[in-house]
Design a protein around this ligand. Structure first.
Ligand SMILES: [Fe+2]
Length: 245
């Protein structure tokens, strides 16, 4: 299985703090059947932005450590880019990373309010010859409740990526959970959005090869196919998931 949204690099964002923690997450991922993962640490244009060289250096270091530990997981560089008006220029100037070294950009949107320039800047990025993946569309209420807008983005060539964490009841809420199911059945890319080993443990029942097949298809230039998830007795637990992520 290939995961294309994962916070597995040590000490770059709110993912693992140390190399040991990254290896722990990697071990859990390999155990449930992942062989490849794209590391997508958060990138924000403000403050001291994460540099591509740092991500590449950390990916190399982690791959070496994985080899030394005999963990069968290959890590590729990437970033989860927060959409701001500067992003098209940062992409054009090579200041941020696409997934697996390709001109495929995983973009996160503002969580609660739709910026008026959202479509404008996404169109600019796509117009420059790049592919755009929108991370966890099910988490943006302004988007998930507006099917017309979803269709408009699809027509522009945007691809959506659902996060499996959204399927956990009580984590991002019922609206996100239902929307994530809807997107899966429509045909989308899938990421764990794991931030630590606990993420994988709680996602166990969703970690099936058929859920992730679109990820590889996408990198082969193929379109996404619908995914039907058969989950026995959907999780109804309302535990505090936050302590595990
Ligand atoms: Fe993420």
């Amino acid at each position: 299985m290939l995961d294309l949204h994962c916070h597995i690099l040590p000490g770059v964002d709110d993912g693992p703090k140390t190399l040991e923690d990254s290896l722990w997450l990697a071990r859990e991922m390999a155990k449930v059947g992942f062989s490849e993962v794209v590391a997508t640490p958060h990138f924000m244009a403000e403050g001291a932005p994460l540099k591509p060289e740092e991500v590449i250096r950390k990916v190399e270091g982690l791959n070496q450590a994985l080899g030394a530990e005999g963990i069968g997981l290959k890590v590729y560089p990437g970033m989860e880019l927060y959409l701001t008006p500067e992003l098209p220029e940062l992409i054009a100037g090579g200041k941020v990373l696409g997934l697996k070294g390709e001109r495929i950009y995983l973009i996160e949107l503002p969580l609660t309010q739709k910026p008026p320039w959202l479509t404008f800047y996404l169109a600019e990025i796509i117009g420059a010859g790049n592919k755009v993946i929108i991370a966890h569309p099910e988490r943006y209420r302004y988007l998930r409740e507006n099917r017309e807008e979803i269709e408009e983005l699809l027509d522009m060539g945007v691809v959506f990526q659902v996060s499996l964490t959204s399927l956990l009841s009580g984590y991002f809420g019922e609206g996100s959970r239902k929307s994530a199911r809807w997107f899966l059945e429509k045909g989308v890319l899938v990421g764990t959005d794991a931030h630590g080993p606990g993420s994988i443990r709680f996602l166990e029942e969703y970690l099936k090869p058929e859920v992730f097949t679109n990820n590889r298809r996408f990198f082969e230039g193929k379109s996404c196919e619908p995914v039907t998830l058969e989950i026995q007795g959907e999780r109804q637990k309302k535990k505090s998931w936050f302590k595990f992520f």
